[in-house]
Structure formats: C-alpha cells, structure tokens
Design a protein around this ligand. Structure first.
Ligand code: PMP
Length: 370
C-alpha cells in the first residue's frame, strides 16, 4: 500500500516524551518525576456522585455544549470572578478537547500564535497541524511573562496570544502587573488571548491572577483533571465574555461533529467538584514544592515554582538537558528534557506529583549527578 498517512501527522513530533517513557519502562521502581497528573485519587464524594449518575441512567448524550445546570454554575462562577455578564460557556472533553476546538475554530493556515517559551507541548503541535505558526517569545531565565517581547512579536498575522498560568512546565505564576501589561498590549491591537488556567487551584503563594479579569477578549480554559485528579474523566470548560459568543458557538458546532459532548455522568461529578474544597490537597502540594525546591536549590539553578506541580531546572554547566536526562534515567530518575517544551535544550522538567518519599529519593540522586 502506498503511503496512506496524511501529511499533517508529520507535523507532530511526540518523540521527546516517548523516548523517556520507553526508557522508563525498562526501570524497576524508578523515581518517576515525569508524570503530569496528581498522585492522589478522585475524592470519594465525587466518585459517589459519578457512580450515582451512572446507576440513575444518566449515561446518554448531554446537550452538545454541556449539562444546563453545570453551564449555569460555571457561568455564575465566571461572572463573579471576571465581572462578566452573560458569559458564553462550553463544557469540553478536558482542556485538551477545548484547545483543539479553539484552534480548529480560530487558526487559519498562515496565522501566527504568540506563545511564551517554555510552553505546554500541545499548543505547538496543534497549531502546526492546522497550518498556523507559533511565534515563541523567550521567557528564560525567570519565566515571567515577557510582555515587551510579546508586544514586539505582534504582526498583521497574529491571531492570538496564549497564556498558561500557573505554567506547565515552569511552575511560574504570572503577577497581576504582568497580566495587566499583556491585557493592555492585546487591547491596543485587538488580539484575542487564550488563557489556559488548568492549574489555577495549585497556586501556593497568594493569588493567581487571570488576564480575563482585565481583558474581555479572553478565552478561558479550565479543567478538573488536575484539581480533582480526574484526568481519565475528561472534563473541562471554556468560558468567554458575551462579545466572544460567536467563538464559543463555532467551537460548539465543531464539538457536535467531533466529541459530541463531554462524558455525561462525569459532568454531574464536575458540578459537585465546583463546590468541593481541595485546599488540603493544595497544602500537601505546597509542602512537596518546598521539599523539592529546598532539596535542589543549592545544587541546581532553578526558579522557585509558585504553582502547578512542576519545576524547570537548569542542567548542570557543560551538559545539555538531554544529556543530563539520559544520566538521570540511567540512575533511575525519570525527568523530561526541556526541549520537549521549548526551543532550547538547557533545562529539564520535574513533576513533583509523587510521594514525599520519592521526592526525597529523587532529590538525593539528582544532587549526586552534578
Ligand atoms: N493544559 C496544560 C497546561 C496541561 O498541563 C494539560 C495536561 N497536562 C492540559 C492542558 C490538558 O489537560 P486535560 O485535557 O486533562 O484537561
């Protein structure tokens, strides 16, 4: 058979993470610092809601845009947080589903999408697949939001700016001043901002300000995967100001012919999750952050992570990140090279979403490798 695979698949390179997984599979009980999901399970009360919904026969399609009551509750929350009246809401199959629908609805071939580097991998590959182009703005070495560089990167082809705070992979949380500065820049040029706030609950030192509070042309993505450990339940939502209603409508139209709807029984659990207090879990994760940061700070160059559950650490002098990752894996510690999330190969990502004991072990091993 001749080559039957569509050309667009060649625009996606999953080799970086795959290599780590392949190497990891050969290890016996490794320190796994590579996983992007919490090490706790879905809270029991939320499992019960999902089980009840399944038993009660709530197993068929929901409305394309999501369960009406869930949408109303999300709209209430969004109105309160960002001061938006009548926001448009779409319940999606995880933030990943929301990202795909957003890019399918917005990105034309040739469009430019401004993304601070390092970035969450999916943005680059989805934008590429649609014929768009990511314009990366360097946020090294402090990983703060590079507002001026963003302003300089805007051209006639700019379709949107992507923000992700707290950030995967850097653990950085953008300050109010930084998001306000980008809001001003975007407003001046009338450019849409897509803000991925999936880690909003994992915010350890004060506020995690959303640009949506300062800029109406923000498309906000939230999810339940991280905050409630529901990565396999595939639940998230997209919200926008009334003035961006058409974007949500187009995304809903595409959802109708792709995902159809987010999983119905888990939408019931998501409703309960909106009221479920995860502050104990966040407190435990703050302690994990401290354990990791205090363990590495005198041996490695790293910025203190303020949110999410990642640290982005500079490889020791004289070593590329990929070479150092190889060394770490050979010593039973799984980490991901920074070039999976960046145009540079200088740092590596640690996910500290694991037990305190494994964090201690991993820190000890990494320190010895320098
Ligand atoms: N955005 C970011 C920044 C992420 O880290 C992830 C998960 N790794 C997602 C979106 C996707 O999450 P989900 O599809 O499970 O909601």
């Amino acid at each position: 058979m001749k080559d039957i695979i569509a050309d667009r698949t060649k625009l996606i390179d999953a080799s970086g993470i795959r290599k780590v997984f392949a190497l990891g599979a050969t290890l016996d009980d490794p320190v796994n610092f590579s996983i992007g999901q919490p090490d706790f399970d879905v809270p029991e009360a939320l499992k019960e809601v999902a089980i009840k919904a399944i038993r009660a026969g709530q197993n068929s399609y929901s409305q394309t845009a999501g369960d009406e009551i869930l949408k109303e509750r999300i709209a209430e929350r969004v109105s309160k947080e960002y001061g938006w009246e009548n926001p448009a809401v779409l319940v999606v199959s995880g933030v990943s589903g929301g990202l795909l629908l957003a890019f399918l609805s917005l990105v034309n071939p040739g469009d430019e999408v401004i993304v601070p580097d390092p970035y969450f991998v999916m943005y680059k590959h989805l934008v590429n697949m649609l014929g768009g182009k990511c314009v990366f703005v360097d946020s090294y070495p402090d990983f703060m939001l590079p507002a001026e560089k963003i302003a300089d990167a805007i051209t006639d082809k700019t379709k949107m700016i992507i923000l992700n705070s707290p950030c995967n992979p850097t653990g950085m949380v953008y300050s109010e001043d930084q998001v306000k500065a980008v809001a001003e820049i975007a407003a001046k040029k009338d450019i849409l901002v897509l803000t991925d706030e999936i880690y909003e609950r994992f915010c350890y030192d004060g506020e995690c300000p959303s640009i949506a509070k300062y800029y109406e042309k923000s498309l906000v993505l939230h999810g339940f995967s991280k905050s409630h450990a529901m990565t396999g339940w595939r639940l998230g939502y997209v919200a926008a100001h009334e003035s961006l209603k058409d974007v949500i409508e187009q995304m809903t139209k595409i959802q109708q012919y792709t995902f159809v709807c987010a999983p119905t029984p888990f939408q019931k659990a998501a409703l309960a999750a909106l009221d479920y207090d995860v502050s104990d879990l966040v407190d435990a994760y703050r302690k994990k952050r401290d354990l990791l940061y205090d363990g590495l700070r005198d041996t490695f160059e790293l910025v203190k992570p303020l949110g999410a559950f990642y640290a982005f650490v500079k490889a020791p002098d004289g070593s590329t990140a990929s070479a150092f990752v190889g060394k770490a894996i050979a010593n039973n510690v799984l980490i991901i090279p920074g070039n999976v999330f960046s145009e540079k190969d200088t740092h590596f990502r640690i996910s500290y979403a694991t037990t305190d004991e494994k964090i201690r072990q991993g820190v000890e091993i990494l320190r010895k490798l320098v």
